[in-house]
Design a protein around this ligand. Structure first.
Ligand code: ADP
Ligand code: ZN
Length: 725
């Protein structure tokens, strides 16, 4: 049965492999064992019932609480050529009737229903007349009163269960808490042996926290680095949403607001525009996101501090569902924390305790100096040990050394004292750095003994230090005015009775662009395919990702398939989509390849030969290649051309792609890995192909950096060339 499942995976869904746990879950379901699946968003839960549904003789009923999700799933299944329909209150009576009739005739494999629809006598009668093989309960946490989304109807579903004695029951949720999981199992009387709990680590999310200094400017800079990409910016308040959306529009970004204060109509319109790729950016309060299945959300910005770590996790989880990298940036403002603390102080009793608990956990994550995945996953009961993850700011910036910072602390604290404890960090830093700003001079702060004694650190370094002083309890921030005040502990430091340890930020501790994953694909072809996808989607009134995922287009723009058999090898291309869209995509790809003299690039087909490289950068690539082949080392080339090692590697990669031969030894010399480690990497390239580094990175458990992989891919390719493959 499971081999049949494997075949269907490629033929219908167009995927080559199962994701973690999918195979085990599917086998369990096919054996009609009741199963609870706990997987994070984007983990691939749907396949766990959609695939068995195609193997069962009878019907699979899927209970789902959100109409928009139902519609989305059914649209996607129909695109795959699967007979799926839904029944809910959004249908016209005619369509409702039509769908019911198709179920009654046994034409349907998957029926999606809202819980209240399932409970209707009419539906129950319909289902009694057919064979139901699987009852799937999606978003199963709605069963639990401990969940964040309890729905009483969900409890009644349990009561219907005996009506379908032949049906296996599959419950799925992305909920993280132990208590809710236990509640689901107890309510559905599942035993522990039938639970499948996936890791909550979303490896493809790049996690970053940055001090909030000038949030608008920081956001604009971020957006500039993510041009053409789709993402969500979360704000705390409706007013902030409106203001930011407007500011972004003024800067030329097509951004739309989304919050509970807008009319239903406007909300739906904006959400729809986002899903359909008409508008790339949504600025939203936390009201946005439930029921969004869009797979190509490439970034999430938290403009304000999220209210707790669980919400934060759910919000960032809406990005990167397609498995490609997504970038999550949290702006951490000390003013925001003070504001939340103030609001918490207004509460009392248990409510206050709970709020404090959540804030502290959130800060534990945001202020962490270790790998961010450690505190994040610890919250969900997972012990994350694969550090460095290489996908968070702390891991990428390298472990920062703890040093004694007593002297800078004394300088800073005494400057706070001398300015009367009336100012915020920015002003104190101006004074320390001897600024001539009017505000400094006006208050006579140019005459203080602390004026200009802190020129040895940059403004950003001082800000980073000052946050540590706050964190270490040397200072507190006044909520109303944002001014810093000394604590008793600060006086001990000033008197030299207490030493302070912490980190000094390296200048420009930003994630350099070269640390971004470089997917080698033809951007121009990608854009053309994206436009084609949009046309096809609009014509059918479905979102573009329903036609093909971004990942599919990226593979096309990197392998240039030009025949049906090659197109079949691309991720996400199953039989139905091949029939439906194959001809049009092949035509576009072939046309592009003709124009640019490109050929298919499958690992097993013989690629290369005479292609016509693009003019400008090609000549540089040529120069670099010639110098390299003449015996120059990579370090020599860095010197000679005055460009970074990664850029040299990129040029060489281009050359090898275009069919030029490269000597292999230079790469082996440049690599820092041992022979044994190198062989492992080569084996991974052999197995997984060389078009994408990510799978190789993952296969090696993230132990080999992307920089090394770039070098070793060249080594791999040049050796392959030499052996005449
Ligand atoms: P969840 O419901 O757990 O949030 P989905 O079922 O929506 O996740 O799956 C997330 C994405 O992963 C979808 O775009 C889906 O098509 C894709 N996907 C699922 N299983 C696989 C697989 N085995 N190989 C490749 N992609 C997959
Ligand atoms: Zn990390």
């Amino acid at each position: 049965m499971i081999t049949r499942a494997q075949t269907i995976l490629k033929e219908v869904f167009g995927y080559d492999e199962f994701r973690p746990l999918q195979k085990e879950i599917i086998a369990n379901v096919l054996h009609k064992q009741d199963t609870l699946v706990v997987m994070p968003t984007g983990g691939g839960k749907s396949l766990c019932y959609q695939l068995p549904a195609l193997l069962f003789e009878g019907l699979t009923v899927v209970v789902s609480p959100l109409i928009s999700l139902m519609q989305d799933q059914v649209a996607q299944l129909q695109q795959l050529g699967v007979a799926a329909v839904y029944l809910n209150s959004s249908l016209t009576p005619e369509l409702y009737q039509q769908n019911s009739a198709r179920v009654a005739r046994g034409e349907i494999k998957l029926l999606y229903v809202a819980p209240e629809t399932l409970l209707k006598p009419k539906t129950l009668a319909l289902l009694a007349s057919v064979k139901v093989d699987c009852l799937t309960i999606d978003e199963a946490h709605c069963i639990s009163e401990w969940g964040h989304d309890f729905r009483p109807e969900y409890r009644q579903i349990v009561a219907c269960r005996p009506r379908f004695p032949e049906a296996v029951c599959l419950a799925l949720t992305a909920t993280a808490t132990q208590r809710v999981r236990a509640d689901i199992c107890a309510t559905l009387s599942f035993n522990a042996s039938q639970q499948f709990i996936a890791s909550f680590n979303r490896e493809n999310l790049l996690l970053r926290v940055a001090p909030k200094q000038n949030p608008l400017a920081q956001t604009l800079e971020f957006l500039q680095q993510h041009a053409q990409q789709s993402g969500i910016i979360y704000c705390f308040s409706r007013r902030q949403v409106d203001e930011l959306a407007e500011a972004l529009q003024q800067h030329g970004y097509a951004a739309k607001p989304y919050h509970a204060g807008l009319s239903d109509e406007e909300r739906t319109r904006n959400q729809e525009a986002f899903i359909r790729d008409n508008v790339p950016i949504i600025v939203a309060t936390i009201a946005f996101g439930m029921g969004i299945n869009k797979s190509n959300v490439r970034f999430i910005v938290h403009y304000d501090l999220p209210k707790n770590l669980e919400s934060y996790y759910q919000e960032i989880g809406r990005s990167g569902r397609d498995g490609l990298r997504a970038h999550c940036l949290l702006l951490l403002g000390y003013g925001d924390i003070a504001k939340i603390r103030y609001l918490i102080d207004q509460k009392s009793g248990q409510e206050k305790q709970v709020a404090n608990y959540h804030l502290n956990i959130m800060l534990g994550y945001a202020e962490s100096e270790q790998c961010r995945r450690v505190p994040l996953l610890a919250y969900f009961g997972e012990d994350f040990t694969h550090t460095p993850c290489n996908m968070c700011d702390n891991c990428l910036n390298g472990k920062q050394e703890q040093v004694e910072i007593t002297i800078p602390a004394q300088k800073f604290l005494s400057c706070v004292a001398r300015t009367g404890q009336l100012f915020g960090a920015n002003h104190v830093i101006e004074v320390l750095r001897g600024s001539h700003a009017e505000k400094v001079l006006k208050h006579g702060h140019g005459n203080l003994s602390t004026y200009g004694i802190g020129k040895d650190f940059s403004k950003a370094q001082w800000l980073h230090l000052s946050r540590q002083f706050l964190q270490k309890g040397l200072l507190v921030q006044d909520f109303d005015y944002g001014s810093l005040k000394l604590t008793p502990k600060a006086h001990e430091v000033l008197r030299g009775q207490e030493k302070v340890y912490g980190t000094v930020q390296a200048e420009q501790a930003k994630i350099a662009p070269e640390q971004e994953e470089r997917l080698e694909y033809d951007r121009e072809l990608f854009e053309r395919l994206r436009a084609l996808r949009k046309d096809l989607a609009d014509a059918q009134n479905v979102p573009p990702y329903v036609v093909f995922a971004d990942k599919t287009l990226i593979e096309m723009a990197s392998y240039f398939p030009q025949a049906r058999t090659s197109l079949r090898r691309i991720h996400g291309v199953g039989e139905a989509k091949l029939e439906k869209y194959g001809a049009e995509f092949l035509r576009e790809i072939s046309r592009y390849c003709r124009e640019h003299g490109l050929q298919e690039r499958f690992a097993s087909t013989k690629t290369v030969a005479a292609t016509s490289p693009r003019a400008t950068s090609a000549s540089k690539a040529q120069l670099i290649t010639d110098a390299y082949n003449a015996g120059k080392s990579i370090a020599d080339l860095v010197q000679q051309f005055g460009i970074k090692p990664v850029t040299i590697l990129e040029h060489l990669f281009k050359s090898v792609r275009e069919g030029r031969a490269l000597r292999a030894e230079g790469f082996a010399e440049y690599s820092q890995l041992s022979l044994e480690e190198r062989n492992k990497v080569l084996a991974a390239f052999e197995k997984l192909g060389e078009n994408f580094l990510r799978p190789v990175f993952d296969a090696l458990d993230g132990k080999v950096s992307f920089d090394e992989l770039h070098v070793l891919r060249l080594y791999y390719l040049s050796r392959k060339q030499q052996s005449g493959e």
